[in-house]
Design a protein around this ligand. Structure first.
Ligand code: ADP
Ligand code: MG
Ligand code: MG
Length: 251
């Protein structure tokens, strides 16, 4: 589903290189986790895939179901089925959460050549999904993420994901800042979306998230590359021994 080959990325301004040849294949139905020390390029990878400004791809490719992501606008990437839950969710003052969700859902449907969802169907769906994430009606009415706690913002990201039903979901440290109950809610939300036609890339620092969202493959990223891949045991090894041992081994 997602195929990244030899991806090299630098900052658009200046010549700081951040990604140094990332190779990654995520098949439909799979959950891959990316772990790695701070500053290794995990967030940058998710930004570049989703099309954020400020980065320049100098080499390599990234495709989603054969669609060249790097050649199309962020909106088209979303329409192609890519979704990024941000490490730092953005506040959008003046735009109601519900209005935002409805606009996003209908833009997605339009891009796919489907009819708009009726107001009634939308309301029913959003209430149902919000309930499972314990997002109350008042939070749906407030401006997007404005004044939300860290945990509420992360749950709101998962609500967006649940409403958009993307094919390829990237979660960047969705667990950071969550207490155990919120982590369970978020994990349950993600697990409810696991499906043979959908794949997940879960960026996390902590093995504990992977107790809830069981990955098929775990990758370690360091210095802008994936330096080691393995099964769920690799995350346990990181938890026990930190990154030092793995980094020394691959150096
Ligand atoms: P991670 O998510 O693994 O912690 P990031 O992708 O956020 O890592 O960052 C990788 C490296 O690139 C870090 O050294 C970070 O400081 C640097 N970096 C990323 N974006 C920028 C930017 N816009 N300006 C300057 N440095 C950046
Ligand atoms: Mg970081
Ligand atoms: Mg990061």
């Amino acid at each position: 589903m997602l195929e990244i080959k030899n991806l090299h990325v630098k900052l658009a301004e200046g010549d700081k290189v951040i990604l140094n040849g990332v190779d990654l294949v995520v098949n439909a139905g799979e959950v891959h986790a990316i772990m790695g020390p701070n500053g290794s390029g995990k967030s940058t990878l998710s930004y570049v895939l989703s099309g954020r400004d400020g980065y320049e791809v100098t080499e390599g490719s990234a495709t989603l179901d054969g669609v060249d992501l790097l050649e199309i606008e962020p909106e088209a990437r979303a329409a192609a089925g890519l979704f990024l839950a941000f490490q730092y969710p953005v506040e959008i003052p003046g735009v109601g959460n519900m209005t935002f969700l409805r606009t996003a859902v209908n833009a997605q449907r339009k891009a796919r050549g489907e009819a708009e969802m009726s107001a009634g169907d939308f309301l029913k769906l959003v209430r149902e999904k919000a309930r499972t994430l314990k997002i109350d009606a008042e939070m749906l009415k407030r401006p997007v993420n404005v004044g939300f706690s860290g945990g509420e913002k992360k749950r709101n990201e998962i609500l967006q994901m649940a409403m958009l039903e993307p094919k390829m979901c990237i979660l960047d440290e969705t667990d950071s800042g969550l207490d155990v109950d919120a982590m369970k809610l978020v994990s349950d939300g993600v697990n409810a979306l696991r499906d043979a036609g959908r794949a997940f890339l879960v960026i996390t620092h902590y093995q504990r998230l992977l107790d809830h969202i069981k990955p098929d493959v775990v990758h370690i990223m360091a210095g802008g590359r994936i330096v080691k891949s393995g099964g769920p045991d690799l995350a346990l090894e990181v938890e026990r021994n930190g990154y030092a041992g793995i980094l020394a081994e691959v150096a």
